[in-house]
Design a protein around this ligand. Structure first.
Ligand SMILES: Cc1cc2nc3c(=O)[nH]c(=O)nc-3n(C[C@H](O)[C@H](O)[C@H](O)COP(=O)(O)OP(=O)(O)OC[C@H]3O[C@@H](n4cnc5c(N)ncnc54)[C@H](O)[C@@H]3O)c2cc1C
Length: 381
């Protein structure tokens, strides 16, 4: 008799003989499934998510393909040391290139416009300190980015913003269209015979003589290998992992009468970011650093001091001479911790976790998914 209450013979058989289940259909889950397929052409690979699309960060982010502004790298180096900070920046850059190679620039709407770090008029000292790091960082990153000038100084006076007249540009970053990236990855997965199922809220997994069983409502999937790509939600399965949620609040403006320049923008170590969108709109997000404690939440709505700061900064600094209103507002959930680097770990035989992508998973995911796949394949039967 079936242990799966109420399942038909056919339903029950449907979930047998799966080789790998990936939990989480965000960019990391989808990329990992594609990497597994490269190595195992005959595997039955199933990707599940609690949502028909994805519900965390991958469908709710800002679409920056970035590896670090100068003040962010400066802070990382001061906090974690030069080697660790640069290693992470290099992994992000390489991940970004791997993502491009896999997806194709056009299919994900990639715009290699570079990014600009702006400073307030009152922050000249901060700017000068950041500028001192420029030559050294250019030297450190030259062999990775392939250019001696990853960063350069740039004038801001034509931008129409209320910012310091000097700024720092990263020439090797860009922006993409988040919906196009997800669609591209899902289409590639489908082409590769990877099965994608939404509405699968995985409750737990357990082990028996046949392998692993994962449970969601009345369904139970039997699998040989299990990969958790559940990012901020991973502590629901592995409470011991040092991962905390971090809400990212974002809005899109009504169409602007004067379009933003074709560039990506950062302010204050990348905590605040803005960019143009099609239809002359502004996407604006960030300020989590104003209230880390309150933003350590799974809530997916906007509000509080961070939200007020976003609106104020937009009016006073980004669009000081324009009429605008909020048209779309949302929040997503990032995964943070003491370390900024991702967790790729096998907590038990046949099970791998790939999580904690921090605020730069777009660039990092293609790199980290390779590392997760390598670890999982070492445990293949
Ligand atoms: C507002 C915001 C802006 C951002 N902007 C950028 C940016 O511009 N550039 C950048 O590089 N990064 C950005 N990020 C970060 C980036 O989006 C993430 O690092 C990346 O998307 C993480 O991908 P992931 O697949 O690991 O996680 P997620 O996309 O969070 O995927 C995890 C998935 O697991 C699923 N899941 C959870 N629990 C279960 C369960 N029990 N059963 C089944 N499924 C489950 C969730 O539904 C979710 O779809 C931003 C994030 C936010 C929130």
């Amino acid at each position: 008799m079936s242990t799966q209450a109420g399942l038909s013979w056919w339903e029950s058989r449907y979930w047998q003989k799966v080789d790998v289940v990936v939990v989480g259909a965000g960019i990391v889950g989808l990329l990992s499934a594609l990497r597994i397929r490269e190595q195992k052409p005959h595997y039955r690979i199933v990707v599940t998510d609690r949502d028909p699309l994805a519900l965390g960060a991958s469908s709710r982010n800002a679409g920056f393909a970035c590896f670090g502004s100068i003040t962010e790298l400066q802070e990382d180096i001061e906090d974690k040391g030069r080697e660790a900070a640069l290693d992470l920046a290099v992994r992000r850059f390489e991940g970004f290139q791997a993502l491009r190679a896999l997806c194709g620039d056009e299919a994900i709407g990639l715009n290699l416009c570079g990014s600009r770090e702006v400073f307030l008029t009152s922050e000249e000292k901060k700017y000068r300190e950041a500028l001192e790091w420029l030559p050294e960082l250019n030297k450190d990153l030259a062999s990775t980015t392939g250019t001696p000038e990853t960063f350069r100084k740039a004038d801001t006076r034509r931008l129409g913003m209320n910012v310091l007249s000097d700024s720092l540009v990263n020439c090797c970053e860009g922006i993409l269209e988040t919906d196009m990236l997800l669609r591209r990855l899902r289409n590639l997965a489908a082409e590769q015979g990877i099965e994608l199922y939404g509405g699968f809220d995985i409750e737990y997994h357990e082990r028996d003589g046949k392998g692993l069983r994962i449970r969601s409502g009345r369904h139970e999937i039997e699998t040989g290998l299990l990969l958790y790509c559940t990012n901020a939600f991973t502590p629901g399965f592995f409470p011991e992992l040092p991962i905390v949620p971090a809400r990212g609040q974002v809005f899109v403006s009504t169409p602007l009468s004067r379009p933003l320049p074709n560039e990506a923008f950062f302010y204050d170590r990348g905590y605040t970011y803005f960019r143009p969108l099609s239809g002359n709109r502004l996407l604006m997000g960030g300020f989590r650093n104003l209230d880390f404690h309150t933003e350590e939440t799974y809530a997916m709505h906007t509000g509080g001091a961070v939200w007020e700061a976003l609106l104020r900064f937009t009016s006073e600094v980004v669009l000081p001479a324009q009429e605008w209103k909020v048209d779309f507002a949302w929040a997503g959930t990032m995964a943070m911790g003491d370390e900024r680097s991702p967790i790729v770990r096998s907590p038990e035989s046949g099970v791998v976790v790939c999580a904690r992508m921090s605020g730069m998973g777009v660039a990092l995911s293609a790199k980290v998914s390779v590392e997760a796949t390598e670890l999982l394949m070492k445990q293949a039967y």
